[in-house]
Design a protein around this ligand. Structure first.
Ligand code: ATP
Length: 461
């Protein structure tokens, strides 16, 4: 049902396209795969980087009130005691007495095993943190955890950042990095995995201003997804009920996306109150507060936390961009990425490998790649090459044909409309820059002309 609402993107098609084009592969595939772990291929890594960079730009670089951090994944085990993760970060696990499959009790509709209908054990709490040992001795004293969220690295650096930046409330600390959770059930491709990346902001505020800042960040974050090109009708905020709230949260709203399996969490915006700083102050014996010069008061700030998943954002962007349309007797598959996050911005396609033409195309390629990620492709027919770039989500193709050798002009073909214009080579870079920056395709540079054919002269599809 939900798949029809989204148009034609299904998880199956996305997995297959991701594998075929090099966005995402199953981890350790040649060994039969490691469940719930994924590798980002040549296109996926660029897409993911662009999403992280868009987040960093919006959350850190464009603002005066937020600074960045990159804390280590392994932390003092006391951190996870104080944060409540050792005692609280668990899900209810049940096991089928018949087939031994394990399930998250709160995900199940009935009280029997969804796989075989067998009876289930009583639920027991299962802690989601991965444990390992620091140093050569594998005993309890040397246990460390792989962090299940990046947030704690921010809280324990509160004093360091405050002292070195002299920020005043309200201010934030942002971090992007890996997190690990030994989830009981995983699935839906990169939606729920055991190793993933988070983009988290901890925004420290004066107590009493919670409402204002919570609403502000929820709106900011919804707008960020819209700016990534995600359709408004595929996004919605959903407020947590009291029963759903995590152990640290006073209030939380998820930003949900209409994934192929239905509405699911993309990001959580939480009011964590003074929980974290108070707990770490108690746990470490260090005061973690802010001295207000004006009122001469020590304040334990409250925290508003927008916490987003890089992998879930990548999946949402893939779902939203995926499109199919009839094109003659074929189906054209297009990833309609926003140009800012498209992994490849421009493809240079010489119509032939003949001397002269190839040389010109190489020169154009060398010039463009100084500004963008550009792909050079001279294999197979031009029609096939366009289709390949469409599936990759490349916004613009530049075709060099035999006429280019005479008039020093090339064709720019746009992914979404398949419209074409012809522009003089000296105008190519500035034209592409304008178009990648959002200008309509049919704003022509001096000497440019509208070019109607999909296939440039001299080459049949
Ligand atoms: P869920 O309810 O789906 O388990 P959560 O509420 O536990 O998620 P948070 O602790 O709020 O998630 O983590 C913040 C963000 O980190 C989530 O919105 C999501 O984007 C991402 N995230 C959390 N767990 C995973 C996971 N196992 N795989 C991929 N991304 C995840």
């Amino acid at each position: 049902m939900a798949e029809q609402v989204l148009g034609k993107a299904t998880m199956e098609k996305l997995v297959s396209l991701s594998q075929r084009r090099g966005f995402i592969f199953q981890s350790s595939e040649i060994y039969g795969g490691l469940s719930s772990c994924w590798d980002y291929g040549p296109l996926g890594v660029e897409l993911k980087r662009n999403i992280k960079e868009a987040w960093w730009q919006a959350m850190v670089r464009d603002r005066d009130d937020v600074v960045g951090l990159d804390s280590s994944i392994l932390m003092h085990p006391g951190v996870w005691v104080a944060s409540g993760h050792v005692s609280e970060f668990s899900d209810p696990l049940v096991e089928c007495k018949n087939c031994n499959q394990r399930w998250r009790a709160d995900d199940l509709k009935g009280d029997t095993c969804p796989a075989c209908g067998g009876p289930l054990t009583e639920p027991r709490r299962f802690n989601l943190m991965f444990k390992t040992f620091m140093g050569p001795v594998e005993d309890e004293a040397n246990v460390v955890y792989l962090r299940p969220e990046t947030a704690q690295g921010i809280f324990v650096n509160f004093n360091n950042v405050l002292n070195t930046t002299r920020k005043k409330l309200p201010f934030g600390i942002a971090q992007v990095g890996k997190a690990f959770r030994n989830e009981i059930t995983t699935g839906n491709f990169i939606f729920r995995s055991r190793e993933f990346e988070q983009m988290e902001l901890e925004y420290f505020i004066k107590p009493g201003t919670d409402r204002e800042w919570f609403d502000y960040w929820l709106e900011e974050r919804l707008n960020w997804y819209l700016r990534l090109g995600i359709k408004r009708e595929h996004l919605r905020p959903r407020q947590h009920t009291k029963e759903e709230l995590a152990h640290y949260a006073i209030e939380c709203s998820d930003i949900e996306y209409l994934f192929p399996m239905g509405w699911s969490e993309l990001e959580g915006v939480a009011n964590r109150g003074s929980f974290d700083l108070a707990r770490h102050a108690a746990g470490s014996g260090r005061s973690l507060d802010f001295f207000d010069e004006e009122t001469k008061e020590h304040i334990v700030p409250h925290i508003i936390e927008p916490s987003a998943g890089v992998d879930r954002s990548t999946l949402a962007v893939l779902c939203d961009a995926y499109d199919e349309e009839n094109d003659k007797d074929e189906i054209r598959v297009v990833l309609r990425f926003h140009p800012a996050i498209a992994p490849i911005k421009v493809a240079v396609l010489p119509l032939s490998r003949k001397e002269g033409l190839a040389q010109m195309a190489r020169q154009v390629y060398a010039d463009l790649r100084r500004s963008w990620i550009v792909q050079y492709d001279d294999t197979q027919s031009i029609g096939r090459r366009y289709r390949r770039q469409d599936e990759t989500g490349t916004p613009y193709c530049v075709t060099i044909d035999f006429q280019s050798l005479e008039d020093n002009q090339v064709t720019i073909r746009e992914r979404d409309s398949m419209n074409q214009i012809r522009v003089p080579i000296p105008e190519l870079k500035s034209t592409l820059a304008a178009k990648l920056g959002g200008e309509e395709l049919f704003v022509l540079p001096p000497g440019g002309q509208v070019w109607k054919q999909e296939t440039p002269p001299g080459q049949a599809r």
